[in-house]
Design a protein around this ligand. Structure first.
Ligand code: TRP
Length: 333
């Protein structure tokens, strides 16, 4: 039986936080342990340039994200782990796909439309003000990432579903013109993966500045947890677990029997201070071993580099023959 090709990319902007871990990294590492899957996980550093024009930050984030996956136990002997920018074939495919992708399709991308709408409401004359070609063409590069390896399953968050649909559209168009080269990928949305709330109760997201870094040092972790917003109910007063950020984060890291017990403690009126301490201990327990590995990896950039270069070789060994066929198909070879 041929394996499912699982592929996903992580844009290398910012420091990984608890929300990234629970929503994306953890399920992806679990999927990589299934022998029926061949996983391709990569650092989408060219995508990062769309959002971030600070070279030091791009570099730093790329290291941090690579170290995070490795510290959490991604097995690079069975999964292919690489940097997008190390695979020149992806850029070449990007252009080939650009030449079949309809501009009208990209006009409909949510991210692009949202920026145009912002310009329009702010009364700016140019609806495309501040919008780069990189942002506009973002979905084509993403299609190249996916189609280069003929992935069939792409685990992503809900906000990325439209990009996978566009990838299918672009792939189908290419296949129609040049022959059946591409598999049409499917988005794999982890319905069960929790979307974590952040310090202020809104979705945990870098753009809200309300995140808890996954590998914050112990003291910092404790401090951040103590900052999570709660209501002013006193100890002994019953509390609603359903709307509580502390409870939600606790649940994402606990077994169902632990969650059940905690629900009872809420009904019994657990004090916020005690709950925060419990949550801190829970997280610190789960994260202290990978945090140590993370810190050690961050001190060994050459070790990370070596792993990424081995991943590059594996990825290119797959990409080159397909690109050769594609070049042939379009009449460039
Ligand atoms: N756009 C994705 C995100 O921001 C990252 C990404 C880039 C990606 N290329 C991809 C995800 C290919 C899946 C497949 O989350």
């Amino acid at each position: 039986m041929s394996k499912e090709i699982y592929l996903t990319g992580i844009t290398t902007t910012g420091t990984p936080h608890l929300g990234n871990y629970v929503g994306a990294i953890k399920p992806a590492i679990e999927a990589s342990k299934n022998k029926n899957n061949q996983c391709f996980y990569f650092l989408a550093d060219y995508h990062a340039l769309i959002k971030c024009q600070d070279p030091a930050l791009v570099r730093q984030s790329r290291m941090e994200i690579a170290a995070t996956w490795l510290a959490l136990g991604l097995d690079v002997d069975t999964s292919v782990f690489y940097r997008q920018s190390d695979i020149p074939e992806i850029q070449e495919l990007n252009w080939i796909l650009s030449c079949v992708a309809a501009k009208g399709l990209l006009n409909r991308a949510h991210a692009y439309k949202a920026l145009v709408a912002e310009n329009e409401t702010s009364g700016t004359k140019d609806p495309d003000k501040g919008i780069t070609m990189g942002l506009f063409c973002y979905p084509v590069l993403m299609a190249a990432d996916i189609l280069m390896f003929n992935a069939n399953k792409v685990p992503v968050g809900k906000d990325q579903i439209q990009h996978i649909e566009m990838t299918r559209d672009i792939a189908a168009r290419f296949n129609h013109i040049y022959g059946e080269f591409f598999t049409l990928p499917e988005a794999q949305v982890e319905e069960s993966a929790a979307v974590l709330s952040g310090l202020d109760g809104r979705k945990m997201s870098k753009s809200y500045n309300n995140t808890i870094p996954l590998f914050a040092p112990e003291k910092k972790l404790r401090k951040l947890i103590m900052k999570i917003k709660t209501n002013s109910l006193e100890p002994g007063e019953p509390k609603d677990h359903k709307t509580c950020t502390l409870f939600q984060i606790y649940s994402a890291f606990s077994s169902s029997s632990e969650v059940e017990k905690m629900r009872q403690q809420y009904a019994d009126g657990i004090a916020w201070g005690e709950m925060k301490q419990t949550l801190f201990e829970k997280l610190n327990n789960e994260l202290s071993a990978p945090r140590e590995r993370y810190e050690s990896l961050m001190e060994q950039p050459p070790r990370i580099e070596e792993i990424l270069l081995a991943g590059r070789d594996q990825a290119r060994a797959r990409a080159k023959p397909l690109l050769e066929q594609l070049r042939e198909a379009v009449g460039i070879a």
